[in-house]
Design a protein around this ligand. Structure first.
Ligand code: SOE
Length: 388
């Protein structure tokens, strides 16, 4: 079997996990990385043990040994990088949010479909076996009619005002912070697991820390603020927010996001209540799925290949009691993307779990509706989305 070549553009926090995941596949070579300068690219190439380092992302895209581009750049570069890769006929795996706004994301979706290549967005929480177990249970009708879909995604790594990165800079991160960075994951998961689409939203957003102190160097996610000399920068994008949801089926929902909530590290929770039972999955305890009943004791399903459905089983890698984690779920998404590539990337062959640019575009539409709802004073706003 021909080995595939991978090229990575934008080596930040998550880049190492893209590289680990493709190396774990065993039949993909990490050919090259591109950074913002030759110096940073060389440094990352040494760190990741990659032979080729480029200062210009066009060079990775043009490299004939690269079949698949992984885009891990700051948000404002997603559009030019991904469009250049698609124009060159390369398969693309991009970080979320797919784009700065729905218009860009729609163009990226359309270009990917026209290029007939594989396209994926790293909504990586889908890759967890118990998320797929929950999705299967809902799809099989085991929950009955769904009434309420709710939860949160809370973090604390931006609590320190000395944490300043491109995410807080609207020219680089976009108009949104918490919603785009982590609310996008929650909404994707809620729609993916429930099988229902959010029809309209009502958002209340806040910027808790409205002045941050920049050292001039963009901080990686989860890095500490540090103590070098800094300049004050006003931040306008939300670091806290709550959103009410109406689903197309009539089901209701709500979720909160926050990046400045001490003690919450990567605290994503999704709960779905149906007429027959409820399900709850929490990222920080991802090897357990809570099942709630009205007329018998509640139970916990462990991530155990001998207990989960066959569809979920293929995303487990270890026997019951052997904890799997964030990187394993991330690997599952990358693995499905390469499976799709190997099989020719025809739309009908896409693995059901794999999030694509269609999902990335949809996510941009959801966040945009939330921003508009808040800007209008917290009123219901219909999601504007044009399926491909
Ligand atoms: C930072 O908030 C971040 O790294 C996100 O960008 C990721 O998508 C999420 O999985 C973990 O947190």
């Amino acid at each position: 079997m021909k080995r595939l070549g991978m090229g990575l553009i934008g080596p930040g926090f998550v880049a190492a996990h893209h590289i680990d995941a493709v190396r774990r596949l065993g039949d993909v070579d990490v050919i090259a990385v591109a950074g913002s300068s030759q110096q940073s690219a060389d440094k990352k190439a040494r760190e990741y043990k990659v032979d080729r380092a480029y200062a210009d992302y066009h060079a990775v895209i043009a490299d004939p040994d690269v079949d698949v581009i992984h885009n891990t750049t700051p948000n404002y570069l997603h559009f030019p990088v991904v469009m250049a890769a698609l124009n060159a006929g390369k398969h693309v795996i991009s970080d979320k949010p797919l784009a700065l706004n729905p218009d860009e994301a729609r163009q990226m979706r359309d270009a990917a479909v026209a290029a007939k290549v594989a396209h994926a967005v790293t909504f990586n929480y889908r890759g967890n076996p118990l998320v797929q177990q929950a999705r299967g249970m809902v799809a099989n009708g085991e929950l009955g009619d769904l009434s309420f879909i709710h939860g949160y995604y809370l973090q604390d790594w931006m609590t320190d005002p000395n944490v300043y990165s491109w995410r807080s800079d609207p020219t680089k991160g976009g108009a949104t912070s918490a919603l785009g960075d982590i609310g996008s994951h929650w909404c994707d998961l809620a729609e993916h697991v429930s099988g229902l689409k959010i029809e309209s939203v009502l958002a209340e957003l806040t910027t808790v820390i409205d002045v941050r102190y920049s050292s001039g160097v963009s901080a990686e996610a989860f890095s500490k603020g540090g103590s070098s000399e800094r300049i004050a920068v006003e931040t306008r994008s939300e670091d806290l927010g709550s959103v009410l949801l109406r689903f197309e089926s009539g089901a209701k929902g709500c979720f909160s996001v926050g990046q400045v909530l001490p003690g919450h590290k990567n605290d994503l929770q999704l709960e779905i209540n149906g007429s027959a039972c409820s399900l709850k999955w929490r990222q920080e305890e991802q090897n357990e799925l809570w099942i709630g009943y009205h007329d018998r004791p509640n139970s916990i399903m462990a991530k155990d290949p001998s207990l989960v459905s066959p569809e979920a089983r293929r995303y487990t890698h270890l026997p019951g009691g052997h904890q799997e984690g964030w990187a394993d779920a991330f690997f599952n998404v990358i693995s499905d993307a390469y499976k799709w590539i190997r099989e020719g990337a025809a739309p009908e062959l896409k693995p059901a779990m794999l999030p694509t640019f269609e999902d990335g575009y949809r996510s941009n539409c959801l966040v945009d509706a939330m921003l508009k709802s808040h800007a209008a004073g917290g009123v219901w706003h219909k999601v504007e989305y044009f399926p491909g």
